[in-house]
Design a protein around this ligand. Structure first.
Ligand SMILES: NC(=O)c1ccc[n+]([C@@H]2O[C@H](COP(=O)([O-])OP(=O)(O)OC[C@H]3O[C@@H](n4cnc5c(N)ncnc54)[C@H](OP(=O)(O)O)[C@@H]3O)[C@@H](O)[C@H]2O)c1
Length: 397
């Protein structure tokens, strides 16, 4: 926990604001503009006490898109930040902001969806939310701040029939005017295809929030979503250098320390963080954006600049993205930081890749029940007939 002294140090009233009108936006199907730079309010388990004042400061410095979630357990503090910002004359009302919220996995049961949104609206002090995302495709929960080896025996894979019940509730809330736009987060290729197959035009997600940074570009998935008119908002856009321990592994590489990122930063006299954020805004013809968090005034300004102007030339973009030729390999390293291993279900048999590779996606509960029965029988025979392996430390792929 930071001391009040260090909290004061990170907020610096001398840092000059940027003009919010200079921040680029994406026009959504309703005509409403979504700023491409979203200020993230997840505290990574260390910055919770700083998030209210940091959010007010982000608004002072020109951020108008604020990314929130029930799971961050700070909606009341962020709502207070909005009221403080209004009181300080930084904004006239929350109508000056574009606010994203997220339905937590534990509230995906149809009866829980409307009450969850009501709590979010109440705590944030809103009548309606600009963009409401389904946080993860699965209804699986973990205890807040849990270790990476936490497993919930009741966890299940994606079951489309059940997901559509949740989505149906979200559509009702959109029709009731409580949600302006619907979106997804962490959707995969197969789960998105099923969703788009079964919704009408005004029930479609307008955005998918997903992990994206120069060392984890998800190019194919992004292209598929963007072809469908779904804006890809990249989280962990500077590589989440202070992420929770459960998402930190020795194999991970640092975007900020990548030699290509550092060389572009030094060519342009900008910071490595700005290179990653500029890539986020400029990729795919400016069709997406980023969510980034910082507790420091100086970085709030620094991180917003790439959303106001193109910092990277096409040549710089090519060095990061590559074009599939040996001359221009790009720097994508498939360096996934968030695996979501705490959401693994028993039939994934400990294989983290199954969370993302669509090999266990089910249309109906009946299909999943058949699969589960067969798996349970197989697993029983496996345990009865094979020599048990020695206990291994937690692994990831
Ligand atoms: N949809 C989802 O499932 C999901 C998952 C993860 C995150 N998110 C959203 O995305 C947001 C961002 O994720 P994140 O916070 O993990 O990752 P991030 O924005 O990549 O990293 C934030 C951390 O990096 C430091 N930082 C920020 N800008 C920097 C720069 N220019 N140079 C060097 N360091 C910099 C900050 O430290 P200081 O405070 O010291 O500056 C902060 O601790 C979250 O707050 C949340 O809103 C969504």
């Amino acid at each position: 926990m930071k001391t009040p002294q260090s909290k004061a140090k990170s907020i610096d009233p001398k840092v000059k604001p940027l003009n919010p009108a200079a921040v680029r936006s994406i026009t959504l199907p309703t005509g409403r503009k979504m700023p491409v730079a979203a200020y993230g309010t997840f505290h990574s388990d260390w910055a919770q006490a700083l998030m209210k004042d940091a959010t007010v400061e982000a608004i002072r410095l020109g951020w108008r898109h604020i990314d929130t979630a029930r799971a961050y357990e700070n909606e009341a503090e962020i709502g207070q930040a909005f009221r403080d910002a209004i009181k300080a004359g930084l904004i006239r009302s929350t109508d000056d902001l574009f606010i994203t919220g997220k339905l937590w996995n534990g509230h995906m049961s149809p009866k829980d969806v409307a009450p969850a949104l009501e709590s979010t609206l109440r705590d944030l002090g809103l009548n309606q939310i600009d963009l409401y995302l389904n946080h993860w495709p699965w209804p699986n929960v973990h205890t807040p701040g849990c270790a990476g080896d936490h497993r919930n025996p009741d966890a299940v894979p994606y079951i489309h029939e059940r997901f559509m019940e949740t989505w149906g509730e979200l559509v009702k809330l959109k029709k009731a005017g409580k949600i302006v736009h619907l979106g997804t987060s962490n959707h995969t290729a197969a789960t998105m295809k099923l969703l788009l197959r079964d919704v009408s035009k005004d029930e479609r997600p307008v955005a998918n929030q997903m992990e994206l940074h120069p060392l984890f570009q998800q190019t194919d998935l992004r292209s598929e979503f963007e072809k469908e008119g779904i804006a890809c908002m990249g989280y962990m856009a500077v590589g989440s250098p202070k992420r929770p321990a459960r998402d930190t592994f020795k194999e991970h590489r640092s975007d900020l320390e990548d030699p290509v990122i550092q060389s572009i930063a030094s060519d342009l006299n900008i910071t490595p963080g700005q290179v990653g954020l500029a890539w986020a805004v400029q990729r795919m013809n400016h069709s997406g954006g980023f969510v980034a968090m910082t507790t420091r005034s100086s970085r709030m300004r620094e991180n917003l600049i790439p959303a106001t102007t193109d910092l990277l030339s096409p040549g710089h973009m090519l060095r990061i993205t590559g074009d599939g030729t040996p001359e221009h390999p790009g720097i994508d390293a498939n360096n996934r930081l968030i695996w979501g291993q705490v959401f693994l279900w028993p039939e994934a048999d400990g294989d983290w890749r199954i969370l993302w590779d669509d090999s266990q996606v089910f249309e109906t509960s009946a299909n999943y029940a058949r699969f589960k029965k067969a798996f349970t029988a197989y697993d029983k025979v496996k345990r009865e007939t094979t020599v048990p392996l020695p206990a291994k430390p937690v692994e990831h792929h």
